[in-house]
Each structure stands twice: as C-alpha cells, then as structure tokens.
Design a protein around this ligand. Structure first.
Ligand code: PLP
Length: 426
C-alpha cells in the first residue's frame, strides 16, 4: 500500500500484523496526531492519552517549544558522531548536570542503553576504585524490576516472558525483595564484592509500587556505609512525573537542584530517559560525579548517536518546559485530586480494589485473578469512552497522563474512568 493513501485503522493494524514482528500486543487504536494531552485516531476520534508513551510525553504531545528546537537543529546539523566535537553537546552537558546537580553526564539514546551504561560504570568503579577482584563484582537488583530489554538487563528480570529462551544470561546480579531494607542489608553485608544497588524509586512496569516513605533514604545510607553505589533508574519516574523533579527528591517541590533539599536522596548514579526529550526523540543520560564518571576513558564506551546535536537541543527544550510550566507542581496537585476522587469511588466498588501512586504516576488494581482479561476489557471500554490506558502486570491499570493537563481535563478524565468502571461492576 502506498503511504500516501489514507489508511483506516483496520488497514494499519493489518500492515503491522503482516510485516512487523509480533513483539507487542497493542490496543486496537491507530493514532495519527497528538497535541498536549490529546491524541486522535485515523478516523478522527479524540482521546485523552493516559499512558504518555510510558511517561515519555510528560510535556504533552508535540510541544511547540520542543518541536521547534528539534526542527531548527535538524535543519542545521543532525549528527557528527563523537569523532568530532559539536557546538550543542557541551552546552547541553553543562545544562543537564547543573539541572540535576552532578559533575558529569554520559549521553545515550534509549533507557536500556543508559541502564547498561550505568552497570558498566558501576563495575568499572568497583574494580578500579573499590578494589574488587576482576570479574567478581555483584550488583543488587529488586524483584519485579523493569530496566529494559537487553540481554544483560533481562538476565536479572523476574518476567518469564522477557527472559525465557534468551539465555545464557549475564552473571553478577543478586535479586532481593523490593522495599525490604532487611533483605538489602543482608545482601550488602553478605560479601565484599557488592558494587552497586540498582533500584526504581517507584516500580512502574510492575504495577506502580510505591515503596515505604523512608525506604530510599535508608537504602542509600546502607549503600554509603558499605561503599556500594546507589543507582537510581528514573527513566519512568523522573522529570516531574511523580510530583517532584525526580522521585528520589521525596516530597521536595523545588524545580531543580533538589540536592539542596533535605528530603533529597542523592543517587551515586542517576539514569534518565523517556521524558528527557518530551517524547520527541530518543534521549537518555547517565549522571554521576567525577570520582565515579572518570573511570570511563576514551574508547571504553560510546554510541554513534549518543549526544548528537538534535538530542542535545531537544533535551534542553524539554527540560526548560518542565521548569517553565511547573510540571512537577502540577503533577503533584492533580495527582492528589486523582487519587482522592478515585479512592472515594473505589471505597464502594466491587471491580476496583485500590488506587495507588505518586504525582501523576498512578494505578488501580482490578478485582479479578492475575490471568483474567478484565483489565484489558476495561481498557478497551475506556478507549471507546475516549481515554487511552494500558493494563500492566497482574490486572493493574496504569494511569499516567501528560503533566500539562489542567484540573478541568483531569476531572473530565476521572468521570470517564468512573463511568467506565461502573459498566463492569458486578
Ligand atoms: C522504559 C524503562 C526503561 C527502558 O527504556 P527504553 O527506552 O525502553 O529502553 C528502563 N527503566 C525503566 C524504569 C523504564 O521505565
């Protein structure tokens, strides 16, 4: 079929089915336009986007400032590779390190690449600074983690779908329960070969599990006491999503440089992706201070596209939008309204049992067995009613709209969600 002909939803779905690998199971909605909190399908139906491309589109679809920066840079210079300098990368590196309060950044493209980069830096640090014997370093990770899809990362996943028949797996990881400080202390003190602790400040893919209030601070203290690097994967939780610039900011509401706030848990290595570009372009980053980042020397790690001029321009615009439009504060305020409205409904509901989350990263738990398709059916009905969301593991529906939403839109969405749930009450 010619790309110039107008596709129906059925055409587009058939093409993907026939010519694309079947590595996803999308809702049968075919989108062709987005603006702010809305997307439209090819038949012209308008939806609220309550997934935001897994929290990549925090700044809203096609934000004019971000698109403007991208177009301007695309017409000027797109890629030099790191074989040469370019006039955008250094400016961006200064911008992002000051924004998040670290000495240095290592730019990559996707979240999984940034996680891989953090793991490599951690191991190298362990051998060259901590003095662990070669090939002996262990990194602690959590049950239910999601850090991406590379061979090393799926090696320490619990998700059978993500792992099965992709072995042999990468060694060097110890898995412990999430939100369990005793387990962490036991693992950290079990051996002198522990190099790092990799953790999501809120487990998003697993179903939006928010750990207990003091977990991150105490975990960081345990790491510090044992000379173990605390590595925060904020690919999904970062960049204002949870009502703070980063989820490790705790309850701090300042717009950047949160390290000055008392509630801030300072990661030794910070991993960002997704909303770092507002969804316009694949941009990820690993941030750390000199004593850690300086273990990486020329030729030891890299990426052809990492740190390209478009990525640099787009990421700066995307971070500008986060501060200029006070997205963290908005996410915090709207998140409180969202949870309180839904909790009120759920109190007498038979189909939903719980709403949880932080800022605008929330989920409801559906009252059915993990293998039932109830959450999927609810999402199909939500789409029919003009709101797009996707089930995540275990009959849980994640709700993560763009952070540029206003209160009126949010209340409209709450009523769509509640009216849809009512259609499923037993
Ligand atoms: C999405 C995600 C990743 C992987 O990012 P990709 O860009 O899909 O490779 C890693 N960690 C977390 C917490 C994520 O949510």
């Amino acid at each position: 079929m010619s790309v110039l002909e107008k596709l129906t939803s059925a055409d587009a779905i058939n093409l993907e089915d026939k010519y694309g690998a079947h590595n996803y199971h999308p809702l049968p909605v075919v989108l062709n336009r987005g603006e702010g909190v809305y997307v439209w399908d090819v038949e012209g139906k308008k939806y609220y986007d309550f997934l935001s491309a897994y929290s990549a589109v925090n700044q809203g679809h096609c934000h004019p400032k971000i698109v403007g920066a991208m177009v301007e840079q695309a017409q000027t210079l797109t890629l030099t590779s790191r074989a040469f300098y370019n006039d955008k990368l250094g400016v961006y590196e200064e911008y992002i390190t000051k924004y998040f309060g670290f000495d240095k950044v290592l730019p990559m493209n996707t979240g999984a690449e940034a996680v891989e980069t953090a793991l490599k830096i951690c191991r190298k640090w362990a051998y060259e600074k901590k003095g662990i014997s070669e090939n002996e370093a262990q990194i602690i990770v959590c049950d239910g983690n999601f850090h991406g899809r590379t061979t090393t990362i799926i090696s320490f996943s619990n998700d059978e779908n993500a792992r099965k028949n992709f072995g042999p797996y990468t060694a060097g990881f110890i898995k412990i329960a999430y939100d369990d400080l005793d387990a962490l202390e036991k693992a950290i003190t079990s051996s002198k070969n522990i190099a790092g602790f990799l953790v999501e400040p809120i487990q998003g893919e697993a179903g939006v599990y928010v750990p207990s209030e003091t977990y991150l601070a105490k975990a960081k203290a345990l790491c510090e006491a044992n000379n173990v690097l605390f590595i925060a994967d904020e690919v999904q939780t970062g960049i204002a999503r949870t009502g703070s610039l980063l989820a490790v900011c705790g309850n701090c509401t300042c717009e950047n440089q949160c390290e000055k706030q008392s509630s801030y848990v300072s990661p030794d290595i910070l991993i960002l992706g997704k909303a770092l570009s507002g969804g316009a372009y694949p941009v990820s980053a690993v941030l750390a201070n000199d004593e850690i980042m300086n273990v990486i020397k020329p030729g030891q790690h890299g990426s052809t596209f990492g740190g390209n001029p478009i990525a640099a321009a787009v990421a700066m615009a995307a971070m500008d939008v986060v501060s200029e439009e006070h997205l963290a504060q908005n996410a915090r305020r709207l998140g409180e309204i969202f949870r309180s409205e839904l909790a009120q409904y759920i109190a007498t509901s038979t189909i939903a049992t719980l709403v949880r989350g932080k800022g605008l990263l929330n989920a409801i738990v559906i009252n059915d067995t993990e293998d039932s398709d109830t959450a999927w059916n609810i999402c199909m009905k939500l789409a029919e009613n003009g709101l797009l969301a996707k089930p995540t593991h275990g009959n849980i529906i994640r709700f993560a709209p763009p952070l540029v939403m206003n209160e009126e839109q949010l209340l409209d969405c709450v009523s769509i969600i509640i009216n849809t749930l009512k259609q499923f009450e037993k």
